[in-house]
Design a protein around this ligand. Structure first.
Ligand code: AMP
Ligand code: MG
Length: 349
């Protein structure tokens, strides 16, 4: 059983030092970041990193993001930092942007971290506890989202403690994640940014650094069997509850609400139950008996979505219908998570 920090949001220096000691000893620590919780190990210790894959049941070909607390750590790991990458670092770090670099040598960052790729994804978190944990450990920390693979990512300790407490040595409870969605993952090629996974840092914000920003086709498109993808994480079932889910979206709100009611009606006729997840102001227009507020704006929706997806199975309904949010700004990241949670079962009108 893991040692647990005493008080939410009031983690003391000694607790971070104890957790850092676990990292140095080659053990796993559950810790908060501004995006989602991470399950971390010393990124330079192959044996420790392999424990993460075992704890999560994560596919060995899905690489981990390395978290750093200063630029020297990056320089130690990567071949070079280009001018564009430096500009991005200046603007967005510390923060929710992961940059894929060419790695220097497998002797520094082990193959287990990069899943044998010659690239490595790195980010510098802004969360104070995460930063101090890395600093006190004195090593970069490899950490994927804290959840058993396939499940929604953990954005508060209560949501994930059951599935992970026996698998880590220390739990640092920093309260709810500020953002609630994972980092934006990018690769820079010849002065073009390719978004491999959308996140809090939006396409529009990246375009302020370089105009040429491309969204990888797999961000919204389905990966075909045996298809080779730039970011292996795109291939896997992700964020999905056990209950069947469906996303419905239209720019025209009325159309969206009518469609959701139409589907609800059809399902009810079969004697089955529906749960609708929608914006608060839309909820009284739904005929479904069960309906949950998903949030009032994109930031709120991002923050709530994983916790809500984790709760839907308890409702024992036959179908969860979720309002889509479009692709603008943070909407792209939310849509990317929703269509995976729905296993590509969605309608756009
Ligand atoms: P997670 O930490 O579970 O949120 O997942 C990390 C994401 O970053 C996955 O989608 C990975 O495929 C992606 N990623 C990490 N390292 C690399 C890399 N070297 N090249 C491409 N994608 C990466
Ligand atoms: Mg994940």
């Amino acid at each position: 059983m893991a040692k647990y920090s005493n008080q939410k949001n009031k983690i003391v220096e000694e607790e971070i030092a104890e957790a850092a000691q676990e990292i140095k000893n080659g053990n796993l620590v559950l810790f908060p970041t501004e995006t989602v919780y991470g399950i971390g190990a010393n990124a330079l210790d192959e044996v420790a990193v392999k424990k993460i894959f075992k704890a999560k049941g994560r596919a060995g070909d899905n690489p981990l993001i390395v978290h750093v607390s200063n630029i020297e750590m990056v320089e130690n790991i990567v071949k070079e930092i280009t001018n564009v990458e430096r500009k991005l670092i200046e603007k967005f770090w510390p923060g929710p942007l992961t940059i894929i670099f060419d790695r220097k040598s497998e002797k520094i960052i082990p193959n287990a971290v990069t899943a044998n790729l010659n690239t490595v994804g790195i980010r510098m978190p802004s969360n104070k506890i995460a930063k101090e944990l890395i600093e006190k450990s004195g090593v970069p920390i490899a950490a994927p989202s804290a959840n058993v693979s396939g499940r929604p990512s953990g954005t508060k300790v209560e949501d994930i403690i059951e599935e992970l407490q026996d698998k880590v040595s220390y739990i640092l409870d920093g309260g709810s994640s500020d953002i609630g969605l994972e980092s934006t993952v990018i690769r820079v090629n010849n002065n073009q940014i390719n978004i491999l996974r959308p996140g809090k840092i939006t396409k529009e914000e990246l375009e302020e650094v370089i105009k040429d920003v491309n969204v990888d086709t797999h961000v919204l498109g389905k990966v075909q069997k045996n298809e080779i993808v730039t970011s292996p994480g795109m291939k896997y079932r992700h964020y999905a509850p056990n209950t069947k889910c469906m996303m419905v979206y239209s720019k025209n709100k009325e159309k969206m609400i009518n469609k959701i009611n139409e589907i609800t009606n059809d399902i009810n006729k079969e004697g089955k139950k529906v749960l609708v997840l929608g914006e608060k102001s839309n909820l009284d227009k739904y005929i479904s008996q069960k309906k949950w507020n998903i949030g009032e704006n994109l930031n709120e929706i991002a923050k709530n979505i994983f916790t809500l997806l984790r709760k839907v199975d308890k409702e024992k309904v036959d179908l969860v219908i979720i309002e889509g949010v479009g692709e603008e700004g943070l909407g792209l990241a939310i849509t990317n998570r929703l269509i995976r949670a729905c296993e590509y079962n969605y309608i756009v009108l």
